[in-house]
Design a protein around this ligand. Sequence first.
Ligand code: AMP
Ligand code: TRP
Length: 340
Amino acid sequence: MAETPKFTPRVFSGIQPSGSLTLGNYLGAMTKFVDWQNRGTHETIFCMVDLHAITVPQAPDTLRHNTRELCAGFLASGIDPEKSILINQSRVPEHAQLGWIFNCVARMGWMGRMTQWKDKSGKNAEAASLGLFAYPALMAADILLYKSTHVPVGEDQKQHIELTRDIAAKFNHDYDVDFFPMTAPVIEGAATRIMSLKDGTKKMSKSDPVEASRINLTDDADAIAKKFKKAKTDPDPLPGTPEGLEGRPDARNLVNIYAALAETSVADVLAANEGKMFGYFKQDLADLAVSKLSPVSTEMARLMKDPAEIDRVLARGSERAREISVPVLEQVYDIIGMVR
Ligand code: AMP
Ligand code: TRP
């Protein structure tokens, strides 16, 4: 007889409301989330991680705006709040509560090895917030609060999911329980690492001070076309096969973006464009990006006109999330010996 799976198949993922959604978020995360939701094989929970955002300074009004705009981005990309649970992290207090417990499970050494910590704290780690250091423990709490089995993310988050597994394993071992699952990261497709348009060796990021380095989902057609036109490339034409992109990070990035937007493979894009100069290819890429992103940004702008409706979606999401998170936290408190 087939074994009954111990854990409900459940997908969780999060995005920080720390700036405008980028093309990297859209291709690396958002479109994958929509696929998972529509596949219908797993429960799906998506989160605006506002508590993670404040690990670096955020102006309160900007944070509020960005959180609502991110929610509009989820909805405009195809997340249906009836099918998926859509929440902002601070509204489900069990995230922070479990986060504290995981601060006591995780080890300083594990946190110190995180590349995101090293990158973000930079040369002046002494001045970084304690929250930035503990960031991955809160992320583990986001995931394990729902006993999530799968987490779709971009490549940069792989190390954090591995740490989540380490925390789950240590908790299970220390308390001699089989309580948390070993969550699997899901990192697939051409868009797991979209790079800066100004430097093909650097990730496209919301927090990059260079505006021309990224496409925002709020950019209009003109801005998108201009940014692609000015994107960094090399003087050679497009090769006919993926091997021809070796050592050409900027060229590779533009071809990857094209393949992801067209929902095809890099090999197919190259086969169809062999020998073309980047000046022309960039024009095609801009047209494709505008045709795919314009409907999303138009819908986001429409949704942002009614912030009260966005707040209702998030309030309803948190009620549904708490039906799962409250009992899980209760059990955790029992396991670790809190008097209830
Ligand atoms: P963040 O904007 O850092 O909160 O990231 C939210 C999600 O988008 C995570 O799953 C990231 O891995 C993904 N992501 C962010 N930037 C990129 C990028 N440049 N390429 C691919 N995925 C990305
Ligand atoms: N750390 C993730 C990022 O910056 C955001 C995040 C927070 C997340 N909690 C999560 C992603 C849980 C997946 C699952 O991209």
